[in-house]
Design a binder for this molecule. Structure first.
Ligand code: FES
Ligand code: FES
Length: 154
């Protein structure tokens, strides 16, 4: 069955079972590998994308549930060849070790800052509670998000 998805502003028609997790369609059909497969069970956040402004774990959503919605992946947040301030801040703060969690965390943080550019440390921590980092870079991640928030407010 054909499913139409709008990803990073572009419409795509893919032949997939409607129950296929959105993550699989993004990675396997659209070759967007930024959203990662961690647990596949909605428990780690590695697969986080933004759907209609909300951070969503794409392994836990059937692709058909995302039709007619605006899906944003990490590949869609740079503008005119310039990285998003969150991406810049993750580099500046060296907020990754293996980096496997980073794309999901950046997307969760982007959804938060888009809605609440003045997010407090507590609000950032709450927004990221579904995103795990096994390498323990939490402090650097927090600093990177605060740095990006400051940059975005200016
Ligand atoms: S891969 Fe989706 S939450 Fe872990
Ligand atoms: S940097 Fe390795 S899981 Fe977060």
């Amino acid at each position: 069955m054909a499913i139409t998805l709008t990803v990073n502003g572009k419409k795509h028609e893919v032949a997939a079972d409607p129950e296929t997790p959105l993550l699989y369609v993004l990675r396997n059909d659209l070759k967007l590998k930024g959203a990662r497969y961690g647990c596949g069970l909605g428990q780690c956040g590695a697969c986080t994308v933004i759907i209609d402004g909300k951070a969503v774990q794409s392994c836990d959503v059937p692709a058909s549930a995302a039709t007619g919605k605006a899906i944003t992946t990490i590949e869609g947040i740079a503008r005119n060849g310039k990285l998003h301030p969150l991406q810049e801040a993750f580099i500046s703060e060296q907020a990754a070790q293996c980096g496997y969690c980073a794309t999901g965390i950046i997307m969760a943080a982007k959804a938060l800052l888009d809605a609440n550019p003045k997010a407090t440390e507590g609000e950032i921590r709450t927004a990221l509670k579904g995103n795990l980092c096994r390498c323990g870079t939490h402090q650097r991640i927090l600093h990177a998000i605060q740095r990006a928030a400051k940059e975005l407010r200016q």
